[in-house]
Design a protein around this ligand. Structure first.
Ligand code: ACO
Length: 429
């Protein structure tokens, strides 16, 4: 039988066959590109619940089974064996590097971590109490005003240099957003340190004393970056692709992604988790909050629970939960929030409401606790997410821009506004 779906317009009796496309994993898709031409109708799918917006060979998620693959490699294997820099190489170039390739790539990233001195001045234009994500959106967008030599999106080498710059400079920009909010000096990057170690010194070192990053903390940081590196066509990545489809420069596109990630329904959820756990305050209050989350008339939601794609335990949450316990043990941190989180999870996983709606902990549920334990301030959580996700955004951007038939993204709509009407002069309204 042909691999097609037949759609019939019952009002006219016209039937058309549409091809079904199969990927290497995941459900097949119906190729409806000619639907409008055939029927003069669009599809209606707000929130893209049933729409594949592109072909991609970067990341695969099976939400039912709780599987996440980067370029085919399971996230748990990467978390166990890889480093963030190696994961960046994998996502950008498509394969794991050889030892020489990794060394060369790592060296390039290390030597791109400084930012143009003029960019430092940007920070003084912001209010001191600005959220670090607000300064991130501005400063990342401003990169395009400083690095003109890599803005030719049609040139492969130019795209690669932009990617190197984004991976390398985001930790510097991110940490300076934090330092600015505290009125502290902006340290320069250190080339003798690895990616995560360098980020920690940018965040926490002082010119007045030596800074030695804690290896446990650096490992946890690197893990967080790996786990956040890509997540196929989520809201911020789709934003980056859509912005890029107009042939905007990569820095402008990434800054659009940063803005999208900031929302509490997306990357801002880890900050919301900590606020929620602080508000719950004690395990004895959990039942009250579970009841609030289940009450349709109450806007309260259990932050860090539920996911558009995962209808099973988010594999990243499982990894962070384990790492969280290890970090708390090693650092000898006795965080009551972790206890509340574990108990909350235990109750929610048994509760009929959460079970029926397949609401499991997502990556944000534990990532806030681990960051809290290693001394990252709450308003930096989404910024950390941004550093990790930037490689995913730029890799997806490259894939989109190099498609054979790359065209501007332009969704259609179901218009439900006023019918055509004549302008009413002011005096007659
Ligand atoms: N607490 C209580 N109820 C919830 C929750 C929650 N966290 N999440 C979903 N539900 C309920 C909804 O009320 C809805 O109930 P209904 O069918 O009776 O109306 C049902 O479960 C389905 O929820 P939707 O909002 O339709 O699911 P959607 O896929 O649109 O939303 C989202 C997913 C935004 C992540 C949602 O689960 C949520 O708001 N969770 C809390 C915020 C959060 O943790 N976000 C991080 C996402 S992961 C990331 O971006 C890295």
């Amino acid at each position: 039988m042909a691999d097609t779906v037949t759609i019939t317009d019952n009002s006219t009796g016209k039937s058309v066959e549409f091809p079904i496309k199969h990927g290497s994993h995941g459900p097949p898709v119906i190729d409806i590109r000619t639907l409008y031409k055939e029927f003069g109708m669009f599809t209606y799918d707000p929130g893209f619940l049933s729409t594949a917006s592109c072909e991609s060979d970067i990341t695969f998620i099976d939400g039912e089974k709780g599987i996440l693959l980067y370029r085919g490699y399971p996230i748990d294997q990467l978390a166990e064996n890889s480093s963030f820099i190696e994961t960046c190489y994998l996502l950008w170039y498509g394969d794991l590097p050889t030892a020489n390739e990794l060394e060369e790539f790592s060296g390039i990233i290390t030597r791109h971590t400084m930012v143009h001195e003029g960019l430092r001045n940007f920070y003084s234009g912001f209010r001191r109490d600005a959220h670090p994500m607000a300064t991130m959106v501005g400063v990342v967008g401003a990169l395009s005003a400083f690095y003109h030599d890599s803005l030719d999106i049609h040139d492969e080498r130019s795209r690669e240099i932009s990617a190197h710059r984004i991976i390398a400079k985001l930790p510097t920009i991110a940490a300076w957003s934090y330092r600015f909010s505290r009125g502290e000096p902006f340290p320069y990057p250190r080339n003798d340190l690895g990616y995560a170690e360098n980020f920690l010194q940018l965040m926490f070192s002082y010119p007045t004393e030596e800074y030695e990053p804690n290896p446990v903390v650096a490992k946890a940081m690197d893990l967080l970056f790996i786990l956040h590196a890509d997540h196929e066509q989520n809201a911020s990545t789709s934003t980056v692709r859509l912005a890029g489809s107009s042939q905007a420069n990569p820095f402008a596109c990434i800054s659009a992604g940063v803005g999208t990630l900031w929302g509490p329904a997306h990357g801002g959820a880890n900050e919301a988790v900590i606020k929620m756990l602080t508000e719950i305050g004690d395990v004895k209050n959990i039942d009250k909050y579970i009841a609030k989350a289940k009450d349709h008339d109450d806007p309260f939601r259990l932050m860090g629970f539920g996911h558009r794609v995962y209808k099973n335990y988010d594999p990243r949450a499982k990894i962070i939960r384990k790492a969280c316990k290890e970090v708390l043990d090693v650092l000898k941190v006795n965080d009551p929030m972790f206890e509340i989180a574990l108990r909350l999870e235990e109750i929610a996983l048994k509760d009929e409401y959460f079970v029926a709606k397949k609401l499991y902990p997502n990556v944000d549920f534990y990532s806030g606790i681990i960051q809290h334990a290693i001394g990252i301030p709450t308003n930096m959580f989404t910024v950390i997410f941004t550093i990790g996700r930037a490689i995913g955004w730029i890799s997806q951007w490259k894939e989109m821009i190099t498609e054979d038939q790359q065209r501007i993204g332009r969704p259609r709509q179901l218009y439900v506004g006023a019918k055509t009407r004549d302008y009413i002069p002011m005096g007659e309204r």
